[in-house]
Design a protein around this ligand. Structure first.
Ligand code: ADP
Ligand code: MG
Length: 618
């Protein structure tokens, strides 16, 4: 039964707020709910349109964003200002994506550092979190428009292989969009839920979830025992999907009609037109034997047989991944009880057949593969809302737990709503040469600055042996046992020095206090995010200044007088920017300093190598 509340002010009856399920995809995103009357999961859509919202953001000349189908139209006409695949950048540094840098047609800042990537559009720098929040904001607005009620709570899905930082980034994006993300669920788990798997107690099953989307392929092997999902292994290819199929068709048509690559590169209308026709052909061939269209007087044709030949190698690659995933899980194909198909590209019959041949049994494909993940998220949301009483809700942490890092920022180790017992750990380092103490301050709350959260405990890890800044590895781990007692431990891994502290259960907050802290975090999400971005930019700037200073002091002999002057003035400009409240200015000054110093680093490297070759100590 749906919950009913009375609005005291107006005296009217109100339905308790609905929790929505969101699939935040690389290519497409969508929202689903459990229909309040039929109790069936449904994807939200406006009248005749599709439930899918392309995960694309276009910025106009004034920097105003448009999200979805309208933004998609700019992919080829305005590539620099049209951001696609932002999900690939979540929680990543430039180093992580360097290999695939050519994939992005917009400007991803390549500062060669460990810090998180940013995207530059005009003179503004966006973090992947901000970009994802724009998509989530669009989804929230759509849902509110369709449901005609405010939506502020959601369950959001992420790939099973997402690490802690990527999950946290997804949560932050939700917060920035004004959404309280109650739970992050793995995409394969959500898809399984949509097929009713894991919804019965005493059920024990091993499931393979084959997910071929627009640009990514994931295979996950899951085990369900008593309603608990465990990921046994994951495999896949983060740069393989339906877009590649479209490209294969375009190439085929180019060969057929003698269009050169040069021609395609120089003619946006041609390349966009061919790509759109290719996608159309691909979709058509999922239910027909032959496709043909007259396009500007040219006949573009493709039979299903030729199509299947074109994509055979792609199919083989995905099957190889399935085989790898099974061997990582130490299973054979026959050990899999159920195969779940996810992602728009699994509509291709040849793909279904290959997967079913490999596992030796029919696949589950009765639920719409574009929507299945969002539908599962909606089921999870319904369970969290307490509408599904058959479900045992495990004990959860009411607020996030974390420690203070540089600049007074809150670094969350255990997000709120995590199941108890739970543990988490992360590595930190010193920022001063020879630093022997490290203060660990433990906080609880959802705000970005620790000063707005609640301090639970503080202690110092003493006796870290003298090392240059950045070298010590201090592992901080949080453990919450079944009684809700939090144990925080810090250990320097090189020397083994260790310290631990216990924080008593429930952390002494009433429900009202928890509620208020949550509300505050949503109300202040935007300013918190801005302060966090500013603090992070400043920290990065300070680090770069320190490194540059050290470098110049050591290697002055390698530089010309002009170079030293140029560096000094770039450093001065950055120093000045650090005193101002403008993160974009700081980033651009960092960029400028990097531009000036990049050649030095190479020169210094050459000298070092040369000296090593001459047998000298370096
Ligand atoms: P993601 O999970 O990456 O956001 P989706 O699951 O929404 O992606 O899949 C999008 C891909 O599915 C696109 O490449 C699209 O062309 C493809 N697709 C959609 N419908 C069909 C179809 N009928 N036949 C083949 N491919 C399809
Ligand atoms: Mg998907």
């Amino acid at each position: 039964m749906a919950k009913i509340a009375i609005n005291i002010a107006t005296g009217s009856l109100q339905q308790a707020e609905m929790i929505v399920g969101i699939d935040l995809g690389t290519t497409n995103s969508l929202v689903a709910i459990i229909h309040p009357e039929s109790k069936i999961p449904v994807a939200l859509k406006e009248h005749d349109s599709s439930s899918l919202v392309p995960s694309i953001i276009h910025f106009d000349a004034l920097g105003n964003p448009t999200v979805g189908e309208a933004a998609r139209l700019f992919l080829e006409t305005d590539p620099k200002n049209t951001i696609f695949s932002a999900k690939r950048l979540m929680g990543k540094s430039y180093k992580d994506i360097q290999e695939n840098a050519g994939f992005f047609t917009y400007k991803v800042i390549d500062d060669d550092t460990e810090s998180l990537v940013k995207v530059q559009v005009g003179n503004t720098f966006y973090s992947p979190v901000e970009l994802s929040s724009l998509i989530l904001k669009e989804l929230k607005q759509r849902a509110e428009h369709i449901l005609k009620t405010p939506v502020s709570k959601a369950v959001v899905t992420v790939p099973a292989y997402f690490n802690d930082a990527q999950r946290q980034a997804t949560r932050d994006a939700g917060k920035l969009a004004g959404l309280d993300i109650l739970r992050i669920v793995n995409e394969p788990t959500a898809a399984s839920l949509a097929y009713g798997l894991g919804l019965h107690k005493d059920e024990e099953k091993t499931i393979a979830v084959y997910d071929l989307g627009g640009g990514t392929f994931d295979i996950s092997i899951l085990k369900i025992t008593n309603g608990i999902f465990e990921v046994l292994s994951t495999n896949g290819n983060t740069y393989l999907g339906g877009d590649d199929i479209d490209r294969m068709i375009v190439q085929y048509w180019m060969q057929q009609s003698g269009i050169s690559l040069e021609e395609l590169k120089n003619n946006q209308e041609l390349s966009q037109g061919l790509r759109l026709r290719a996608e159309e052909a691909k979709k058509y061939l999922s239910t027909h034997d032959a496709f043909e269209v007259n396009w500007n007087g040219d006949i573009l044709a493709l039979t299903r047989e030729v199509f299947e030949g074109l994509i055979q190698s792609l199919i083989d690659q995905t099957i190889q991944c399935c085989s790898n995933a099974l061997s990582d899980a130490k299973l054979t194909p026959s050990a899999i009880d159920t195969i779940v198909m996810v992602g728009g590209s699994t509509r291709v019959p040849a793909i279904k057949k290959a997967v079913s041949d490999f596992f030796g049994r029919p696949v589950n494909d009765s639920v719409n593969p574009d929507e299945v993940v969002a539908l599962g998220a909606a089921i999870q949301a319904d369970i969290l809302a307490g509408n599904n009483k058959d479900f045992l809700l495990l004990d959860i942490t009411p607020l996030s737990l974390g420690i203070e890092t540089m600049g007074g920022l809150m670094d969350v180790l255990i997000p709120r709503n995590a199941k108890i017992p739970t543990k988490a750990g992360r590595q930190y380092t010193t920022h001063k040469d020879g630093q022997s103490d490290m203060r660990i301050s433990v906080y609880q709350g959802e705000r970005d600055l620790v000063k707005d959260n609640r301090k639970l405990a503080e202690f110092s890890l003493k006796g870290i042996p003298g090392m240059p800044a950045g070298l010590p590895k201090v592992e901080v781990s949080f453990l919450i046992n079944a009684d809700g007692i939090l144990v925080v431990r810090a250990k320097e891994l090189r020397s083994g020095v260790e310290q631990e502290i216990e924080v008593k259960s429930q952390y002494g907050l009433t429900d009202e206090e928890v509620e208020k802290m949550l509300l505050d975090s949503i109300t202040h999400a935007k300013e918190d995010m801005q302060i966090r971005a500013l603090v992070e930019a400043r920290t990065e700037g300070e680090e770069i200044l320190a490194v540059t200073e050290k470098f110049i002091a050591k290697n002055a002999s390698l530089l010309t007088a002009e170079e030293i002057t140029a560096t000094a003035s770039a450093m001065q400009a950055l120093q000045l920017a650090l005193t101002m409240e403008d993160k974009n200015l700081i980033h651009s000054k960092i960029e400028e300093l990097n531009e000036v110093t990049r050649p030095f680093a190479e020169r210094a490297m050459d000298v070092a190598v040369g000296e090593a070759l001459r047998g000298r100590v370096i």
